[in-house]
Design a protein around this ligand. Sequence first.
Ligand code: MG
Length: 137
Amino acid sequence: MSDLQARKLLIVEGKTDKQRLQLVLQEPVDFICTNGTLSYNELESLIGLLQDRDDVYILVDADVSGMRLRSQLRQELPNAKHLYTRRMYREVATTPVDVLAWVLSQAHFLVKEHLLLPHKSIGQGVQRSTDKRRVED
Ligand code: MG
């Protein structure tokens, strides 16, 4: 098995989402950016590429186009695992990095340990943390 196949694969909408998630991840992950909802041909080629993998994850925005993309992928890639940002943040790219760290760690991704620390003491209070405070810490 090649190194590439051993990695998890994350489907996101855009390059800024990928960059944001890379700030959080502590393991190499392959990304596919859909750049919005998929055409029939794009969907077909994605299925061909991914249908036999069981390590495919989907993390898209909590908005109309994100939900549309999610339902396309749910039908065609039923084994893919769905991850969610919180509706209050709407976009992956505007979700605080420590919230993303929590979401990814719940799905057993390795994430940067220091981003998880606040949640151990404040439990569900993840919305208290902001990127700004992270930088200042
Ligand atoms: Mg969006």
